[in-house]
Design a protein around this ligand. Sequence first.
Ligand code: DC
Length: 219
Amino acid sequence: MSFIVAIDGPAGSGKGTITKLVGEKLNLINIDTGATFRCVALNMIQENIKIYEKEKITKMLNRINIEIKENGDIFLNGNEVSKRIRENDVNDFVSPISTVQVIREKLLDIQRKIAEGKDVIMEGRDIGTVVFPNANVKIYLDASAEERAKRRIKQNQEKSIESSYEDVLANIIDRDKRDSSRVIAPLKKADDAIYIDSTNMTIEEVTEQIIKIIKEKQG
Ligand code: DC
């Protein structure tokens, strides 16, 4: 039987960093579902497919190949795209395309298959509500929009991606609105998820708290 930890929360809440650290410490495979949406957005950009071109989207989804390697590297149709999917054009396109039903259905299937039979820590927006409603542990990680924008800038700097505070904050607020107001699988805390506000917490504090929660569940 597999053990599943679901970490949901808005953009920049620290999900990526925390999930990676907790996964390493507890030997859980780390699955970043946002990266799968980013791969679809990138594939559409590459093939110049518009959001309303449903037939083209379906054809593209039939041949798409998304791989998440054990070290976290992301491959789209055989090419390494880990850094490319964090660039601005993908940032702007990913939230709109994540509202398209056929895309969500296909990615739901891919995400469940990636986790099949494994012990995983999976991060996203709808893991505890839709992808794995029976997950063993559910966490909803939050932080203020301003704090999240600061964290994103720092992350971008580390990856040598240039960005201004105003642009990043505007993108975060816009994505929060879209992600939580969409009809299918909106960003929302599952009723049985544990809420953690990390605005004034260090990465270590959040990591420790989550590890404690998981260990208690593992018995
Ligand atoms: O976590 P991220 O910023 O890389 O996610 C990119 C986008 O993908 C986000 O704006 C919404 C979408 N997403 C989603 O709808 N459901 C998920 N489980 C993960 C991401």
